[in-house]
Design a protein around this ligand. Structure first.
Ligand SMILES: *[C@@H]1O[C@H](CO)[C@@H](O)[C@H](O)[C@H]1NC(C)=O
Length: 100
């Protein structure tokens, strides 16, 4: 049983180390967008820009701890920097974001 437990713990830690980051963006109109990845995201344009973003939830991983929100396309005009966890961001129509 001890050996089995050790195997499970090893598997669990490998899964944790290889886990993706996940972000959930919540919009003022009730819409939601989910995003995930393993490495730095590079610049991503939002697929939804017709409503303000009010809250983000950032579940980071070993490669990431920062989420940047921009009011311009192609990550121009940085407007907010968020860390892991839940953030009430300034309500704005964000156009692009970056995770690193
Ligand atoms: C983001 O949007 C801008 C403006 O529409 C466009 O020029 C650019 O190619 C897009 N960038 C990416 C990474 O999709």
């Amino acid at each position: 049983m001890v050996a089995l437990k050790a195997i499970f713990l090893t598997i669990a830690s490998v899964v944790a180390v290889n886990a993706d980051w996940h972000i959930s963006f919540t919009y003022a109109d009730g819409g939601q967008i989910e995003s995930h990845g393993f490495f730095n995201s590079g610049c991503i344009n939002f697929s939804k820009t017709n409503s303000e973003i009010t809250t983000v939830y950032f579940d980071n991983n070993i490669n990431t701890d920062t989420l940047e929100l921009y009011v311009g396309a192609d990550c121009r005009d940085l407007a907010y920097t968020a860390g892991p966890g839940s953030s009430n961001v300034p309500d704005k129509k964000y156009i692009s974001y970056k995770v690193y």
